[in-house]
Design a protein around this ligand. Sequence first.
Ligand code: PEP
Length: 254
Amino acid sequence: MVKLIIAANWKMNKTRKEAASLIKKVRPILNNKQREVVIFPPFTCLDVVSKLLKGKSAKFGAQNMHYETKGPYTGEISVDMLKEVGCSYVLIGHSERRINCNENDEDVNRKIRTAVENEFTPILCIGENLDERESERTDAILEEQIRNGLNGLTKDKVLKVVIAYEPIWAIGTGRSATTEQASHAHSEIRKLLTNMYDRDVAQKMRILYGGSVTSENISSLLRGKGIDGFLVGGASLKPDEFIKIVKAKPKVVR
Ligand code: PEP
């Protein structure tokens, strides 16, 4: 059985001491048999998290990396540097980076390719803003981001990529997509992947939902068809909340 992924994006939060304290508090879910827990701390906490996760099934990764493997890129970090501290995942193209750091689809594609070529699991983040949703351009935006983001990847390479559908209007706003909206987007993404590759690839690729996931809405979102896990921001910084999210079961509808 493929485990659902529950990923924690800590964003620019937690000093090394705070990171150690948070990892210790979420210890009960670091060896979870039903879920693949992945922690994304800031760069400065990667080694702290690495040490504390030794012998646990939970994995960890970086929130970004450069597409070049070395060179004159002041302030950037390479795949080998991340490998050295034991990362196996990397977030690519998070909307906060697309918006605040002007990351475009071409940068995203180059990063995805570097990650895959180096045996990393990239999580390709995509999603529409509110204006695009309200003007019914969601499917077109997702298609553009996926086609560009996965450009040049063969079938066996693309299977190493995880996609996170994260509508921008839902990130950090407290307004999650409904289970139906998330399932619909996931099903459109799978149709597109069938078109670009084939049905087998589309079924096997893991697609996460992210955007204001909490312990309150997780049981409902878990009912969503085709949702292979969640990328959790704000709620992953609260240990009790994150433990509840990892342990949650789908809501039973009578
Ligand atoms: C995110 O930043 O990826 C995210 C989903 O944030 P939040 O859960 O806070 O909306």
